[in-house]
Ligand binder design. Structure first.
Ligand code: NAD
Ligand code: DAU
Length: 352
């Protein structure tokens, strides 16, 4: 792989992946990042990369549904691999505004697949980044494996499930060389503060209410974002074409336990004797409609075939993450645009 087209590289995981590729691997080719720059996309997430790698990093503000623009970029940069992150990614937004998810996640993936089909002979790999949410909800026991039937609950997960099906269909029908990874919940630097962990960190720092949905007993399987990037790169290099790989943290936690851990760490990292313990800010609010109870990944296939396991523990990863948000107040004030304030206000109204 010499010239990788990364979609959605200005988002949370995409930007961490590009940073990882340039700083932690022996990849010596070019990265062409295409991103529409939605509310979640921020070129600042890649600050310093163009300066450090002027001949190897390129950015183009494009919607992945724009096939003619994609075709031009494919030819200009002699693309031979695609790593597809671009998506609408927030479940709550998919409940209030599903249309954007159909556009970017289904039509967008279809456009990229058409690009791949037309250029099949020049393409070494199309890697599709997907989610554990396609499998639906687990009960109290058991794990998702690569053969668990799809059973998505939200417009977000249904749109990601559709995109996975399209990837498989193009792989089987047209011979597009594809791999898929389905990953559990990520956390770490540059995550947009609408998701549980960054939202709770920022609200705790700012002494604002910490809105826990329902009783806080839903369980997610948490993975530090750099471990996700390592897994994706391992699959891109050595994964078997046509295969799907589950990625997970082996770290199941109830939401309320996550919020309590964050409160304790913020109390420790910003000792302020004038404010009460951050736990006093916890507020139980109306539950998310169709809220999946539990996700947990069996990632033994990835471990056995590609020798991947998560390196970061939750204890070290969450402390690093909180420190990052404390130190990056400029980034935070810039992502909290008018759109963000409007979204948060609406969330508050809807959940009263
Ligand atoms: P994000 O919302 O932070 O970033 C998404 C990026 O995609 C943004 O930069 C946005 O501008 C861009 N984008 C959206 N629609 C686009 C379009 N039509 N054309 C071009 N660019 C577009 O998302 P994330 O958390 O970084 O997730 C990245 C991928 O990983 C998604 O596909 C998501 O489904 C998947 N995933 C996320 C998690 C997680 O915990 N965050 C876990 C598993 C899988
Ligand atoms: O599992 C992988 C998925 O993880 C990714 O595919 C999605 O892109 C990503 O957004 C994430 O989805 P979740 O819905 O699990 O993440 P979120 O951070 O929105 O919520 C995590 C849990 O916390 C969930 O049970 C809902 C709850 N929650 C969330 C928010 C934003 C709260 O209790 N309060 C909140 O304010």
């Amino acid at each position: 792989m010499k010239n990788i087209l990364v979609t959605g590289g200005c988002g949370f995981i995409g930007s961490n992946f590009i940073r990882y590729l340039f700083s932690e691997t022996d990849f010596n080719g070019r990265v062409v990042n295409i991103d529409k720059l939605t509310y979640a996309g921020n070129p600042e997430n890649l600050a310093g990369i163009k300066e450090a790698f002027p001949n190897r990093y390129f950015f183009n503000k494009t919607d992945i549904c724009n096939l003619s623009e994609l075709t031009g970029l494919f030819e200009t940069f002699e693309i031979d691999a695609i790593c597809h992150f671009a998506a609408e990614s927030h479940v709550d937004r998919s409940i209030t505004n599903p249309g954007d998810f159909i556009h970017s996640n289904i039509e967008g993936t279809f456009c990229l697949l058409e690009l791949a089909r037309q250029n099949k002979n020049k393409l070494e790999l199309f890697h599709h980044v997907s989610t554990d949410e396609v499998f639906g909800s687990l009960g109290k026991s058991g794990y998702f494996t690569e053969t668990t039937p799809y059973n998505p609950s939200s417009p977000y997960s249904a749109s990601k499930a559709s995109s996975d099906h399209l990837i498989r269909a193009y792989s089987v029908t047209y011979g597009v060389p594809a791999t898929i990874s389905n990953c559990s919940n990520n956390y770490g630097p540059y995550q947009f503060p609408e998701k549980l962990i960054p939202l709770m960190i920022l609200n705790a720092i700012e002494d604002k209410a910490l809105p826990v949905y329902g009783e806080g007993i839903n369980i997610r399987d948490w993975l530090y974002v750099e471990d996700h990037c390592k897994a994706i790169w391992a699959i891109m290099q050595h994964g078997r074409r046509g295969e799907t790989y589950n990625i997970g943290g082996g770290c199941e936690k109830r939401n309320i336990d996550i919020v309590n851990i964050i409160c304790e760490l913020v109390d420790k990292l910003i000792p302020d004797t004038n404010t009460a313990p951050k736990k006093n800010l916890i507020t139980f609010v109306k539950d998310r409609p169709g809220h999946d109870l539990r996700y947990a990944m069996d990632f033994s296939k990835l471990k056995n075939e590609l020798n991947w396991t998560p390196a970061e523990t939750f204890e070290s990863g969450i402390e690093k993450t909180i420190k990052w948000y404390i130190e990056n107040t400029n980034w935070i004030s810039r992502v909290k645009s008018g759109e963000y304030k409007q979204w948060m206000k609406q969330q508050y109204e809807d959940r009263k």
